[in-house]
Design a protein around this ligand. Structure first.
Ligand code: NAI
Ligand code: NA
Length: 395
């Protein structure tokens, strides 16, 4: 069939298999062009199909020749319906990895569940013996805690008072004011349950208990801080509480890995267009101004550039630089004073009329469509595409 983008609110209901494949190939080419990284050889990526997790899998495989197991939650295609982009990305990744002679298998299911953890442990045991790097890159609005059976939904709300600021509908370019009422205690607990460190710790404990972590194994999860502009709704809001919890969990995991000399890290990454971040109010407007400023300064990065720099200059550098809270920072360019000062100034000037000139709304939209495999160079979108992509190594 001929596949076109079909939008509903913040999401795109369709995705293009060829475009997703091209996305993956572009990222692989980028990593190959940068030369080898002395990194881990057996890598488990939880949240491996899109965004930072996919970039981490690609960097491991094509930067360090690593065998990778990917865990994600995606929908395969059905009659007349495309798969989710993460499905096509993973199919393309596996086929490229196999062509390059690299081990790559995936498990498609709920990473929060005992069943998917069990399946993953068994696969590692059978195929790899142990892993030496575990990337934790889940972004989800919902988690059923397997210990209690309770289903928690995360929310994006400020804490303490109503937050009012500008926001943009990036499809129409309309800038308006949005007010978000403060969270209650339950909202905070739920968001920490979903996006905090509990599940990360459960994964590492399960792996360690079955002796599936190699001596000196490393695990890393991704966090965000961001500017003052979004602080009330992001870092000091419900999601920020979850990130505080995730960051604290790195220390408890490191303690638990003492006997094998293992370490847990959190890396604070740059704000980027992903399916998760496009759903956060105010953030798309911030990102479109940020992109404009960073592109003008020649320091713009996407997921693959960020993760390459994380691996090359931080994780596998001679010494691992961290901030005063023990976090790796690859949001350093985003947070530069000159960058933030310019974004803050543009923010005040932003209206529906000024935004096309002072912000990179085009870049935002383009990146958003790219997530679903649309608007990529080299793809004939008028041609029939076979949406039924099957891959044997994805369970
Ligand atoms: P994403 O939405 O692109 O990727 C999420 C991944 O999690 C996908 O592979 C998806 O299949 C998987 N997933 C979701 N629910 C699952 C479940 N129940 N079971 C198994 N897999 C599941 O998100 P993105 O943006 O790459 O986020 C990854 C991490 O990076 C998050 O912790 C996020 O907070 C963090 N981060 C994101 C930033 C951004 O601007 N996008 C900035 C800094 C950090
Ligand atoms: Na991810």
């Amino acid at each position: 069939m001929i596949i076109e983008p079909r939008m509903r609110g913040f999401i795109c209901l369709t995705s293009h298999p060829k475009g997703c494949e091209q996305n993956v190939k572009n990222q692989i080419e980028y990593i190959k062009s940068k030369g080898p990284i002395e990194g881990a050889k057996k890598v488990l990526v939880i949240g491996a199909s899109t965004g930072f997790g996919l970039a981490s899998r690609i960097t491991s495989a094509f930067g360090s020749d690593a065998a990778t197991i990917g865990v994600f939650f995606e929908k395969p295609s059905a009659e007349g319906k495309t798969a989710t982009p993460g499905w096509y990305n993973s199919a393309a990744f596996e086929s490229e990895a196999h062509k390059a002679g690299l081990y790559a298998k995936s498990i498609n299911g709920d990473a929060f569940s005992n069943e998917v953890k069990r399946e993953t442990l068994d696969l590692i045991k059978a195929d790899l013996g142990q892993v030496d790097l575990v990337i934790y890159s889940l972004a989800s609005p919902v988690r059923t805690n397997p210990k209690t059976g309770v289903t928690h939904r995360s929310v994006l709300k400020p804490i303490g008072q109503t937050y009012t600021n500008k926001t943009v509908d990036f499809h129409t370019g309309k800038v308006s004011e949005v007010s978000i009422a403060p969270a209650n205690e339950e909202d905070i607990v739920n968001t920490v349950e979903v996006m905090g460190g509990d599940d990360w710790a459960m994964w590492i404990e399960a792996l360690k208990n079955e002796n599936l972590l190699a001596d000196g194994a490393t695990t890393i999860a991704y966090s965000y801080i961001g500017p003052e502009l979004t602080e009330a709704v992001y870092r000091k809001g419900t999601i920020g509480r979850a990130k505080d919890d995730l960051e604290a969990t790195a220390f408890t995991i490191t303690d638990s890995l003492k006997s094998i000399g293992g370490r847990a890290y959190v890396s604070v990454n740059k704000a980027l267009v992903t399916q998760s971040s496009s759903a956060i109010p105010v953030v798309p407007l911030y990102i479109s101004l940020l992109y404009k400023v960073m592109k003008e300064k020649g320091i713009h990065e996407g997921c693959i550039e960020q993760i390459h720099r994380l691996f090359k200059d931080r994780l596998y550098a001679e010494t691992i630089l961290t901030d005063e809270k023990g976090r790796i920072r690859i949001d350093d360019w985003e947070m530069r004073e000159d960058v933030q000062a310019e974004v803050a100034k543009l923010w005040l000037e932003t209206t529906t009329e000024t935004l096309p000139a002072i912000g990179d709304l085009e870049g935002y939209r383009n990146d958003f469509l790219n997530l679903f495999g649309f608007e990529l160079g080299g793809i004939d979108y008028k041609a029939e595409a076979n949406e039924m992509v099957q891959v044997e190594s994805i369970k």
